[in-house]
Write a protein that binds this ligand. Structure first.
Ligand code: PSU
Ligand code: MN
Length: 307
């Protein structure tokens, strides 16, 4: 007999028993999105920010083939510092379990596991999306199709400007994923406040987002996610000129070195962090912590409304 079911960390088991709000967090940003050793420090700060805002963090990942909702500190440290952690999208989860692998979950996999575990709010940095030149490479993140079938709220700063932002918004529309700006109708570009596109809807408070969750549940019509785009304030963004320069050199390097597939996002992120003397890293961290705080406040609002 085998049991590959999702296991809950002790702190998440307690939170569920006590009816406390829980926020899901991904582990790919820890293992693959942020440079060592800052990644471990940031992973801990994200969890603390969720706690400071009244919710319980459930960082999701895989240890030795076991899918865990609510990694403990030693497990987070392992995923942050071990060199051979797999990047797991939804399609990888069962294979990696069969291989007893250690793995970090992407937005797609984290959303799917969180929803299966009854967690309705998830904070991350930025979504995966449609890559530039996807018309030639077909490189579109499985984050998009996963969100189409996963009832969760993903608090993010839009999609990184390393992607094709307009095409990503078009695909989200086609796939039936709800999209709203938090306090704005402009869709952010991750490091930069304004990604260059409008969205149709703006939500203005954690309570309003909690009402979205209730409406989706009561209506029983849509199965898809809400992408809640939470931009950095303009005075906290990465200098747009530095951003454009770094993006151009990163894309050139990508082509030169022939990087493709799931290595593209980590490669470009590492390039940003290496060539902006830490500025993009500091920006990235601010984004994640702001999203973690907002997600916690949404989880609290949702929880108090249904108590
Ligand atoms: N955005 C970030 N940092 C990241 C990622 C996105 O700011 O590390 C990760 C997320 O886990 C996302 C994944 O789900 O990259 C998308 O990868 P791909 O394009 O290979 O689907
Ligand atoms: Mn891809």
């Amino acid at each position: 007999m085998t049991d590959f079911a999702i296991r809950f960390g002790d702190h998440v088991t307690r939170a569920r028993r006590d009816g406390r709000p829980v926020v899901a967090l991904e582990s790919t940003i820890i293992s693959h999105g942020l440079p060592h050793p800052d990644n471990l420090r940031v992973a801990r700060e994200i969890e603390q920010t969720v706690r400071d805002n009244g919710a319980v963090p459930a960082t999701i990942g895989m240890i030795g083939g076991e899918l865990i909702a609510g990694l403990d500190d030693a497990q987070i440290e392992h995923l942050a510092l071990a060199g051979d952690v797999a990047k797991l999208s939804v399609r990888d989860l069962a294979i990696a379990a069969a291989k007893r692998a250690d793995g970090a979950t992407t937005v797609a996999a984290t959303s799917a596991v969180a929803a299966a575990a009854g967690i309705g709010v998830f904070a991350t940095g930025g979504l995966g999306g449609v890559h530039r030149e996807a018309n030639l490479t077909f490189d579109e993140s499985a984050d998009l199709t996963a969100l189409a079938r996963t009832p969760i709220v993903v608090v993010c700063a839009g999609v990184k400007s390393i992607l094709d932002v307009g095409a990503t918004l078009e695909r989200l529309e086609t796939l039936g994923v709800s999209v709203a700006g938090y306090g704005t109708r402009r869709f952010p570009g991750f490091f930069i406040t304004d990604g260059g596109f409008d969205v149709d809807w703006q939500l203005d408070s954690p309570e309003q987002v909690a009402d979205f969750i209730r409406a989706r549940r009561d209506q029983e019509v849509s199965e898809g996610a809400l992408v809640l785009a939470n931009p950095l304030p303009a005075d906290e963004q990465l200098d747009p000129e530095l951003h454009d320069r770094t993006l151009a050199s990163g894309l050139a390097l990508l082509a030169e070195e022939g990087v493709t597939g799931k290595a593209v996002t980590p490669f470009l992120l590492a390039h940003f962090h290496a060539s902006t003397q830490g500025q993009s890293l500091a920006t990235n961290v601010r984004i994640i912590l702001r999203n973690a705080a907002l997600a916690a406040r949404i989880a609290v609002a949702e929880n108090s409304g249904t108590a």
